[in-house]
Design a protein around this ligand. Sequence first.
Ligand code: KG4
Length: 332
Amino acid sequence: MAIESSCDDTSAAVLKNDVLLSNVTASQAVHEAYGGVVPELASRAHQQNIVPVVDQALKRAGIEKEQLSAVAFTRGPGLLGSLLVGVSFAKGFARSLGIPLIDVNHLQGHVLAHFIKENEEDDHQPQFPYLCLLVSGGNSQIVKVNAYNDMEILGQTIDDAAGEAIDKCSKVMGLGYPGGPIIDKLARQGNPDAYAFAKPHIPGYDYSFSGLKTSFLYSLRDWLKDDPDFIEHHKEDLAASLEKTIVDILMDKLKKAVKDTGIQQVAVAGGVSANTGLRNAYQDYARRYKWKIFIPKFSYTTDNAAMIGITGYFKYQDKDFCPIEAPAFARL
Ligand code: KG4
């Protein structure tokens, strides 16, 4: 049994070895009205959701809780109040069943999501080493994955994450929350070359998205002076141009990392990997540069317990268990 509650999704999954039997997620609509996740409301919603979600995961897997052999849980990073709900539940559940506890790093879960099997025959999995672009609301990293338990961060954002930048620009445009899926939908009907926004010049494999966000904000402010309805008239082109700029920034550094390391197996993970423009760019680079690419199913891109379960499975094999007193951690 795996439990994930790091942000605003309460999720539970059951795996038999590396094969997924169930993956149940309750998302929290309550935050939409606030344009972002409200930590206190998230914790309360997790408390309401955790028991029914775990119950559903057991039912859908067709097993009784007494058949479980371990409980894996997200220990961090994330919102502390949210984490505490999952961590406390996992501890009580494991203790009551007399089975081991396995703590999982949420980011490692995203990177290993590619190993989730939906059936025994499922074998589209990366070989080690592979590179993984991890892009979510809180992180933008290029990770070199040497083994299940051996990962190196080659580069990461020095300010905002890619998802955060998309969400903030979407907010500036007065669109809903989270902005990612809305921008994605609008971008499909727009011209990606309509507008140019600032791109960062950062050495190495690190990213920066705060300059782009400011450039987007200032450009809009100028255009709105001439046409107060500018956003309404041009939202598709704005979304498409913003998406293209972000995808270009992400892919430029990734391409450099592939070239320098010589590793041609390239994965993508995290909430922003649901983005159509980014997925298309991966397909395009695979064709052009002979990359072997790994793109997760949509259900494994945003926060989910299946990825915590697969990471827990690998740790279970190493008997890498966690003491009951291990606290949650908000930051790495
Ligand atoms: O991994 P995730 O669910 O949460 C964490 O940050 O851990 O990622 C959420 C981020 C949000 O910023 C959301 O706007 C973005 O993923 N996102 C997308 C899309 N779907 C979700 N961004 C672009 N296009 C999408 N289709």
